[in-house]
Ligand binder design. Structure first.
Ligand code: G6P
Length: 366
């Protein structure tokens, strides 16, 4: 299989730019565009009788799963347990009858994720997986494989696979919500509509790339960077921090914004850039007050938001303006600026963006 970089300097840049297209393909696999409805395969159980879902994955795929948890709990009112596969496999948690076990994996070969899948099967769960490689072991050992149509991903730091995983999980949440009678036909249409608009929004985000170099130059001088978010923006903060440390080797941590005062606020001074993922959703005001706590301690805030920076009532070092989107669709959009921040910072640092030291694309051994 021959994949080239096209006009891009790195595979990662190419893969970031492919997102509008591959998300469209992935959504088209689960959405009836004419009817604005989703169809997810049935898991061989009546969704209304499901007792719970258990999600497990590693790395970036785990963060996609974490967004999935928020969505499935909210839109399908199904309790979701989630853990990284390396912990869950040795915890061997009991799984109650009538449960759905859901695995997320780009490669479909991650050893820890596969081990949890086999545990879940032994515990009598229905097994579904969100996978990018259809012929993979995880896909083959699942009752139902839900493919992402991201195409081959070469950059070690996952980008397009992540947003395609989010696309599938979003459709799954809608499908489960409908099947469980939590959302009605009209709500389904509105949610589907907001997903259908995602590729266009991402294309617009990618048209404003010039601003990232200046912010990356600020980040490249930092020793530590903090990422904050609430709700579905919390996994995005975790993913942003992971991306930055993977490819720029700058220490970064993602934190739930509300946990700031329970520790990381002690680190804040004028040398610590704080990236705040804050769409103008129901939790926006809460995040704003955390931002003010950072600002009053001299922290350099980089705000990623569709809100007007005037609304935050404190000085921000940079504002990445985001398009208005629904609360539901926002994780798909906000994934892109966190990818670009990591990418441009790595380029500024001169690291090997596509092949970062010590990391492997697929971890098939423990
Ligand atoms: C490795 C890769 C990550 C990936 C993780 C899980 O650490 O470098 O990009 O998120 O494995 O891989 P999977 O193939 O299961 O999604």
């Amino acid at each position: 299989l021959l994949v080239d970089k096209g006009n891009h300097r790195h595979f990662m840049a190419k893969e970031i730019h492919e997102q509008p297209e591959v998300i469209s393909h992935t959504l088209a696999n689960y959405i009836d565009m004419g009817e604005a409805t989703v169809s997810v395969p049935d898991f061989g159980v009546d969704a209304s009788t499901l007792s719970r879902a258990t999600i497990s994955a590693c790395g970036t795929a785990y963060y996609a799963g974490l967004v999935g948890k928020y969505w499935i709990e909210r839109y399908a009112r199904l309790p979701v347990e989630i853990d990284v596969a390396s912990e869950m496999r040795y915890r061997e948690p009991p799984m109650t009858a009538g449960g759905l076990a859901l695995f997320v994996s780009q490669s479909g070969e991650t050893a820890d994720t596969l081990a949890v899948l086999r545990h879940a099967r032994a515990e009598g769960q229905r097994v579904a997986s969100v996978v990018n490689v259809r012929t993979s072991t995880i896909a083959r050992e699942s009752d139902v494989a839900l493919p992402t149509l991201a195409g081959p991903e070469i950059g070690v730091a996952s980008t397009k696979a992540f947003t395609c995983q989010l696309s599938v999980l979003a459709c799954l949440a809608i499908g489960l919500g409908r099947a469980r009678g939590v959302i009605d036909r009209e709500q389904e249409r509105a949610l589907v509509q907001s997903l259908v608009e995602v590729p266009r929004h991402i294309s617009n985000i990618l048209r404003n790339e010039s601003q990232y170099e200046a912010i990356a130059s600020l980040l490249s001088k930092a020793r530590d960077v903090l990422y904050l978010g609430r709700g579905t923006s919390y996994p995005l903060a975790l993913e942003g921090a992971l991306k930055l440390k993977e490819i720029s080797y700058i220490h970064a941590e993602g934190y739930a914004a509300g946990e700031l005062k329970h520790g990381p606020i002690a680190l804040i001074d004028e040398n610590v850039p704080v990236i705040v993922v804050a769409p103008k959703d129901a939790l926006f005001e809460k995040t704003v007050s955390n931002m003010q706590e950072v600002a009053s301690r001299g922290g350099q805030i980089i705000l990623i938001s569709d809100a007007d920076p005037e609304e935050v009532g404190c000085r921000v070092a940079a504002h990445i303006a985001m398009p208005k989107a629904t609360e539901f669709a926002s994780p798909l959009l906000y994934a892109v600026p966190v990818q670009l921040l990591a990418y441009y910072t790595a380029v500024a640092m001169g690291t090997d963006v596509d092949q970062p030291r010590n990391l492997a694309k697929s971890v098939t051994v423990e």
